[in-house]
Ligand binder design. Structure first.
Ligand SMILES: NC(=O)c1ccc[n+]([C@@H]2O[C@H](COP(=O)([O-])OP(=O)(O)OC[C@H]3O[C@@H](n4cnc5c(N)ncnc54)[C@H](OP(=O)(O)O)[C@@H]3O)[C@@H](O)[C@H]2O)c1
Length: 165
């Protein structure tokens, strides 16, 4: 990938699912700094140290699974979705927004790039309507308290193995 950058065929390269140790390792040997680290992060899996480490070193964090995966991960891996969280539901009521919009706005305000996915046009529109309000610092701090260090992407569980046990 670095060769592709030197050849002018690619502008930026990145890493994905690198934890803090792998990211630090990569920064030590990379000739071209990764522009981005795409990792799972949402209110139930905030990974503040990793996010801050990347940002401090100029590596943009893209939050994959920014809504906590919702139905797909719940059905396939038995994951719990942050969209059902009572604290987040309370904030949705306070701001007159949906829980998904609160979660996405939180992702934006912690300077991560959010890439929610939906198969429904009405939700696509809903997920774009996150630029007309701002969560207060107190509410950002409140969302910190719902963290469960909970990874929802657990494909191994699908096969009956728990890699993270
Ligand atoms: N790099 C990696 O290893 C990695 C791993 C996983 C995912 N990703 C990427 O991350 C992106 C998103 O991942 P994801 O789809 O797993 O997770 P996600 O965006 O957190 O969740 C998608 C789920 O949320 C539902 N949803 C979307 N908008 C909603 C809303 N407003 N209210 C309620 N539910 C809503 C969708 O259902 P409906 O379709 O029914 O709306 C879908 O089931 C994708 O581009 C994916 O490729 C990358």
């Amino acid at each position: 990938m670095e060769d592709l950058v030197s050849m002018g065929l690619v502008r930026s390269i990145g890493i994905s699912n690198y934890d803090i140790f792998l990211t630090r390792d990569c920064l030590a040997y990379a000739k071209v700094k990764p522009a981005v680290n795409q990792i799972e992060t949402h209110p139930y899996f905030q990974r503040d140290s990793l996010v801050k480490f990347c940002q401090k070193h100029g590596v943009c964090v893209t939050a994959h699974t920014p809504l906590g995966g919702s139905v797909a991960n719940t059905e396939w891996f038995g994951s719990v979705s942050c969209l059902d969280d009572p604290v987040l539901k309370g904030l949705a009521k306070k701001y007159n927004k949906t829980v998904a919009q609160i979660v996405l706005r939180w992702g934006i305000q912690r300077n991560t790039v959010i890439i929610p996915k939906t198969s429904k046009p009405e939700r696509l529109e809903e997920n774009f309507m996150v630029f007309d309000f701002e969560l207060t610092k107190e509410d950002m701090d409140l969302i910190k308290t719902v963290d469960r260090n909970y990874r929802t992407n657990q494909p191994a569980k699908f096969w009956g193995i728990d890699l993270y046990a």
